[in-house]
Design a protein around this ligand. Structure first.
Ligand code: A3P
Ligand code: MG
Length: 319
């Protein structure tokens, strides 16, 4: 099977990171603030450290484009947070030194290349802090195409009562899902459409990450009457891929017209939905361009669907 080693390493690495995140969340961490004012926690750093360590050992030549870097954490001001990161990582990597842990985080400073990984160690940090949904999202991109994607959603239960769901996809080989406690991968498929009005839709919890008014107008135009489910992180891609929702809408925020989506916020989710039979595009129907930059500069809005409903949504958007 193609990319078998990449798939296995990515799954093991994100599961270890998820274990660290669950452990940190028991302690309800205070958030630090990044220079762009977005929140970050010791779990974001710890998760990035573990995933980059595993990738660095298995694929030493692959750059990693990760969301975090250790610059702030290395400063005297963040001594207490640094010690916490080190202590949580050592629960999993007992012999790791502080220098190694910080260097693993900084392996995520790579650039877009012909072959690279992109990592969001905690996608949905606000959800993580609220005790809601979040995901560890990792994708391998070659020549601009996502080849492997893994998302671990530690708080999501779809097939089991126990929380924790992993999604994985390899290009050309379909998408699979497993309840973390069960550990058995099963193929997943997007849902069909019987009655458009009853389709389930997922949107962000954070209103400022999309455009709730325009999204509601669009749903009215398409004729969907079921109230949307609000969920943080790329878990939204997961529920579309698993057939639990038909549509995920993310229109550009009216307050932040200059905002551009990050590559790590979409790469893993996109392949999981596409390989489950769904479709992912921007609001003009263009595919997301993962070949150029950390920011999806040409992408405006993201529409994720079961495929069947996609053109109808794009048509309504045009109107
Ligand atoms: N104005 C904005 N528009 C779209 N996405 C935004 C945004 N501001 C922040 N985000 C992104 O939204 C992500 C969370 O997505 P969601 O709303 O689906 O939970 C954040 O990821 P992080 O939590 O990894 O920082 C962040 O990258
Ligand atoms: Mg994110």
């Amino acid at each position: 099977m193609a990319y078998e080693q990449e798939k296995q390493v990515a799954m093991q690495a994100t599961l270890a990171a998820a274990k660290l995140c669950q452990r940190v969340r028991q302690d309800i961490p205070p958030a630090m603030e990044k220079s762009d004012k977005s929140p970050v926690t010791v779990a974001d750093y710890g998760a990035q450290s573990l995933v980059c360590k595993a990738l660095g050992e298995a694929f030493p030549n692959d750059p990693i484009v990760g969301e975090e870097d250790a610059t702030a954490l290395r400063s005297p001001e963040y001594e207490a947070s640094r010690q916490k990161v080190v202590s949580y990582v050592r629960e999993i990597e007992a012999n790791a030194s502080e220098t190694e842990i910080l260097n693993w985080i900084d392996r995520g400073n790579g650039q877009v290349a012909p072959r690279f990984w992109t990592l969001d160690p905690i996608d949905g940090t606000k959800g993580f802090l609220r005790q809601d949904q979040y995901a560890i999202a990792l994708a391998l991109i070659e020549d601009g195409e996502v080849k492997v994607g893994v998302m671990v959603c530690p708080a999501l239960s779809l097939t089991s009562d126990d929380p924790g769901t992993l999604f994985v996809a390899v290009r050309g080989e379909g998408s699979q899902m497993m309840a973390i406690t069960e550990g058995e991968l099963k193929p997943i498929r997007v849902c069909g459409v019987e009655d458009v009005s009853k389709l389930r839709v997922v949107e962000s919890v954070e209103a400022s990450h999309g455009n709730p008014e325009q999204q509601q107008k669009l749903l009215d135009a398409v004729g969907i009457t079921t109230p949307s489910l609000h969920m943080d992180s790329q878990a939204k891609y997961g529920v579309v891929a698993a057939g639990d929702a038909a549509l995920y809408l993310r229109l550009p925020s009216a307050d932040r017209p200059d905002y551009r989506e990050n590559i790590w916020d979409h790469a893993a989710g996109a392949i999981v939905v596409e390989e489950a039979g769904g479709r992912v595009s921007d609001m003009y129907g263009q595919p997301l361009d993962f070949s150029r930059d950390v920011k999806l500069r040409e992408t405006r809005g993201v529409i994720v669907s079961n495929g069947i409903i996609h053109d109808r949504v794009l048509e309504a958007l045009k109107r």
